[in-house]
Design a protein around this ligand. Structure first.
Ligand SMILES: Cc1cc2nc3c(=O)[nH]c(=O)nc-3n(C[C@H](O)[C@H](O)[C@H](O)COP(=O)(O)OP(=O)(O)OC[C@H]3O[C@@H](n4cnc5c(N)ncnc54)[C@H](O)[C@@H]3O)c2cc1C
Length: 277
């Protein structure tokens, strides 16, 4: 499964390894499972490259989340819990304590699973992904990085260096909920992240909604967002927006749930906002 393991301590040492065909490995919680039974490969561990794990507020007002930051480090970060609680909440619902300690944000994005728990919050936060390679860096909206299940727009030899997010204004509603087949260590059957800014009168100034496990990629719901704009979050308004979510998703039947159940739950998750949960 694994032939040779390299542990570069900076990016300059990483690039030739990737050029020679080594696979980038972060926490290994997806990669080692997927490589089981396959031809042996060289891997380049990203864990020795310190800059990739940083979590910091930038002068521009953006928050920079290093790709190698583990889920548990992010969920424990005061910056994340205070400014991006929708992300912290999602990461606490991801896997088990062991998986959260090993698994990383960059690995969750690169895996590009429609059920990746970090993704709905990052879509709802309009996250940018910083990609790096021997040729330089580029910033790309997350929705353009993820092309489909297990498919990304990363070029050969390119890695995810960080995720950049502008925190919503303070007082915004930030909500994440995931429905699985059990309450812990469950892959999402459906999930919803919501970032909603309201004005002084309690009317929605902007709503950003993203759902997971309801199509080939995580999905924003512009029609539902528009239905909330200018409104108070009353049960009637949420019911209407929930209908738009159910119409927008394209879930599948699989071993975890039927498409019909997923579609119903997708809308129901939004109704929770009426209770202020
Ligand atoms: C028991 C178990 C339970 C799980 N539960 C959940 C869950 O509830 N929710 C969920 O979302 N996921 C879950 N997962 C999946 C997994 O833990 C996460 O997707 C995790 O975030 C992967 O991160 P990693 O650092 O381990 O990635 P790795 O396994 O190291 O890498 C995964 C893929 O991403 C690539 N990669 C990693 N980092 C980078 C980078 N910086 N740049 C470019 N490519 C990179 C690797 O080459 C590989 O192809 C679970 C996994 C297991 C084994």
């Amino acid at each position: 499964m694994i032939r040779r393991v390299f542990r570069p301590t900076d990016l300059a040492r990483l690039w030739p390894l990737l050029a020679d065909g080594a696979l980038a490995m972060a926490g290994g919680t997806d990669l080692l499972v997927r490589r089981r039974g396959q031809a042996a490969v060289d891997v380049a561990l990203l864990e020795g490259i310190g800059e990739l794990a940083e979590i910091a507020a930038m002068r521009t007002g953006l928050v920079r989340l290093g790709a190698m930051a583990s889920h548990s480090a992010l969920a424990a970060s005061r910056l994340v819990t205070a400014r991006l609680p929708v992300l912290a909440r999602a990461l606490l619902a991801l896997g088990s304590p062991q998986i959260r300690a090993m698994g990383t944000l960059g690995g969750n994005i690169a895996t590009a699973s429609p059920a990746g728990d970090s993704l709905p919050p990052l879509y709802a936060l309009d996250a940018l992904v910083e990609l790096a390679s021997r040729h330089g860096r580029r910033r790309v909206p997350l929705a353009e990085v993820i092309l489909g299940p297990s498919r990304t727009a990363l070029s050969p030899g390119e890695i995810i260096a960080a995720v950049l997010v502008r925190p919503p204004v303070s007082g915004s509603l930030q909500h994440f909920e995931k429905v699985g087949r059990r309450s812990a260590l469950a892959i999402a059957v459906a999930s919803l992240a919501a970032v909603i800014e309201t004005d002084a009168a309690g009317r929605v100034a902007s709503a950003r909604l993203a759902v997971g496990s309801l199509g080939p990629t995580v999905l924003r719901c512009p029609a539902a967002e528009a239905a909330l704009a200018g409104q108070r979050l009353t049960p009637d308004v949420l019911q209407q927006a929930a209908g738009h979510i159910r119409a927008a998703v394209s879930p599948i039947d699989d071993i975890r749930a039927t498409a019909a159940y997923r579609r119903q739950v997708a809308g129901n998750l939004l109704l929770r906002l009426a209770a202020g949960e």
